[in-house]
Design a protein around this ligand. Structure first.
Ligand SMILES: Cc1cc2nc3c(=O)[nH]c(=O)nc-3n(C[C@H](O)[C@H](O)[C@H](O)COP(=O)(O)OP(=O)(O)OC[C@H]3O[C@@H](n4cnc5c(N)ncnc54)[C@H](O)[C@@H]3O)c2cc1C
Length: 319
């Protein structure tokens, strides 16, 4: 499974991990394979049970080989960016998680912007934009994800979204070869992209405008300051849990019906931004999911609006 659009995804079947496959993965990604790795270590919510196999390939070639091996064996595959848009349930994930963070890390200036590996953090990209004097991404300041995650979720804020700035996306399907696609073919929608099949984002080209580095830095800082005032910085969350309904703000709707501060166990609706659900007192994934359900049903009862998920819920329920 490689999740591309947001929304609930559930892997129901547990896996018996074949020792031979682990050895083959070890041979490709030496010292980078872990068994029963807690996903809580790899998500911004700090939640999630173990994944059967966790691989952190050291480079792109190793990632492709690992992904091909896993997919070829019919093992469910999840590509992980920085885990900032995921709620992983306590029963963990069946199959393998392969992380892009150490694999696709190239970053270079191009004639009309930058070319960036999918494993790079957006914050690093923003720093590079200041260094090079490139404008366009300032509205994305403060989004803690990777380039790959931002492409897949078409991350955006303050009127800018990733998809609209991309010119080219190089993807590969496990076992296949790398294909360069004009970004227009990915049919970006609000917080959604349409990558072909189970493809993995490798590298992207982003079109940006030359600008005075200082003014780029000032605009990035302005974005950050607005977010620090309106969002719970430094708390464990996965950002906005719900998509904004057309023309409305999900956070405002939740606030208007008085749900700020609503709590289930260690999970609470943020007092600062009602679209954020925080793990503030050792919540379980189930408490967060229950609170999401409660917010959705209260909003439906009071307004008739069915809130859709922006956060992606994955994994097995704990038995
Ligand atoms: C405090 C906070 C603030 C946030 N603010 C915003 C905001 O303003 N706007 C916004 O849009 N989002 C926001 N988010 C949500 C999140 O940061 C974004 O959705 C981000 O783009 C996710 O990137 P990631 O690397 O963490 O992806 P992950 O959570 O790791 O993965 C997300 C999805 O992308 C897939 N994926 C990741 N990398 C690849 C790859 N290389 N190839 C194929 N599939 C891949 C995963 O399988 C998964 O389906 C916020 C989150 C937090 C915690």
């Amino acid at each position: 499974m490689v999740g591309h659009a947001g929304g609930a995804t559930t892997v129901e079947v547990g896996m018996q991990v074949d020792r031979k496959i682990i050895e083959e993965l070890e041979a490709i990604a030496k010292g980078c394979v872990r068994i029963d790795e807690p996903m809580a270590r790899h998500t911004s919510l700090g939640l999630g049970g173990p994944v059967d196999i966790f691989v952190e390939p050291p480079d792109g070639a190793a990632l492709k080989q690992c992904a091909a091996l896993v997919a070829g064996e019919g093992i469910p595959l999840t590509v992980l960016g920085r885990g900032t848009n995921l709620l992983v349930r306590s029963g963990g994930l069946a199959g393998a998680v392969v992380t892009a963070g150490s694999a696709f890390t190239d970053l270079a200036r191009t004639e009309d912007g930058i070319r960036a590996g999918s494993g790079i953090a957006l914050t690093r990209i923003l720093g590079f934009c200041v260094e090079c004097g490139l404008s366009g991404l300032e509205g994305l300041a403060g989004i803690p994800g990777s380039v790959g995650g931002a492409v897949v979720t078409n991350a955006g804020s303050f009127g800018v979204s990733m998809g609209e700035l991309l010119t080219e996306v190089v993807v590969f399907e496990p076992g296949g070869s790398s294909v360069s696609m004009p970004a227009g073919e990915l049919a970006f929608e609000y917080r959604r992209s349409h990558l072909p099949g189970d493809s993995i984002v490798e590298v992207v080209s982003i079109a940006l405008e030359a600008a005075d580095p200082e003014s780029v830095q000032v605009r990035q800082r302005e974005t950050l300051e607005k977010k620090w005032k309106s969002q719970p910085a430094g708390m464990r969350s996965a950002g906005c849990v719900f998509r904004n309904p057309p023309g409305r703000s999900a956070g405002k709707i939740i606030d208007e019906i008085g749900l700020k501060g609503t709590r289930i166990g260690g999970a609470v609706v943020s007092d600062l931004h009602a679209g954020f659900i925080l793990n503030d007192r050792g919540a379980t994934a189930e408490e967060v999911e229950e609170l999401i359900g409660l917010v959705r049903s209260r909003v439906r009862e009071e307004t008739g609006i069915q809130l859709e998920l922006e956060v992606e819920i994955v994994g097995r329920r704990r038995h």
